[in-house]
Design a protein around this ligand. Structure first.
Ligand SMILES: [Fe+2]
Ligand SMILES: [Fe+2]
Length: 185
C-alpha cells in the first residue's frame, strides 16, 4: 500500500522533528542563544515538508477519496477532526514565522516566549495528530476503501512523490537527520 506507507514514513520524520523542536526550546530555556538560521530551517520544514508535502498529499489524495466515497463517518473524521488540526498547525507555523522574521541581533524575552509558545504548541499538536491518523484514520481507510480506490490512492501518491522528488523534497529528511539524532531507547 504505497499511499499509506509513504504517509507513515513521513509521520516518522515529523515525529522526530517534534523532538528536535522540543530540544531547541529546552536549550533556549536553559539560556542558550537561539540562532535565527536554525529557526528559519525549522519553519521551512514545517511549511514545505510537513504542510505542503505531507498534509497536501493527505488532503489532495487520501482525504478526498475518503470524503467522496466513505460517507458521514469519514466526513466527520476528516472535516471535523483532521482538517481543523491541519489549520491550527498552519496558524502556529505562520505565527512562528512572523516572530522569526522580526528577530534582530538580540532575541528579547518576549520573542523567546512567542517562539516557545508556537513551536511547542505545534510539536504537541502534530504529535497527537499523527498518532490519531496512524491508529484511527488510516486503518479506517484501509478497512473501508475498495481495492480499486486504494489503487487510485497509490497511483496518485506515486505521481505526487515524483513531483516532490523533482522539487528536491528529500533534502528536508537529510537536513533533519543532520541536525537531530534520536538517542537509543
Ligand atoms: Fe494530517
Ligand atoms: Fe499526517
Amino acid at each position: 500500500m504505497f499511499g499509506i506507507d509513504i504517509l507513515h514514513e513521513e509521520h516518522e520524520n515529523i515525529r522526530i522533528f517534534t523532538k528536535y523542536v522540543r530540544q531547541l526550546c529546552a536549550q533556549m530555556m536553559e539560556g542558550k542563544e537561539i540562532e535565527k538560521d536554525v529557526l528559519v530551517n525549522c519553519v521551512d520544514f514545517m511549511k514545505n515538508y510537513a504542510d505542503i508535502h505531507h498534509h497536501g498529499k493527505e488532503e489532495e489524495i487520501l482525504f478526498k477519496v475518503m470524503l467522496d466515497n466513505l460517507g458521514p463517518i469519514a466526513n466527520k473524521m476528516v472535516n471535523m477532526g483532521m482538517m481543523i488540526e491541519h489549520n491550527i498547525g498552519r496558524y502556529h507555523v505562520d505565527s512562528l514565522d512572523k516572530v522569526v522574521k522580526s528577530l534582530g541581533e538580540e532575541v528579547t524575552v518576549q520573542q523567546k516566549l512567542d517562539i516557545a509558545t508556537h513551536a511547542l504548541a505545534y510539536a504537541d499538536l502534530l504529535l497527537r495528530h499523527l498518532e490519531k491518523e496512524n491508529t484511527v484514520l488510516y486503518p479506517f481507510a484501509v478497512r473501508n476503501l475498495s481495492e480499486e480506490l486504494m489503487n487510485k490512492v497509490n497511483e496518485e501518491s506515486k505521481r505526487f512523490e515524483e513531483e516532490g522528488a523533482k522539487k528536491g523534497i528529500s533534502r528536508y529528511v537529510e537536513w533533519l537527520h543532520s541536525v537531530y539524532q534520536e538517542e537509543e531507547a
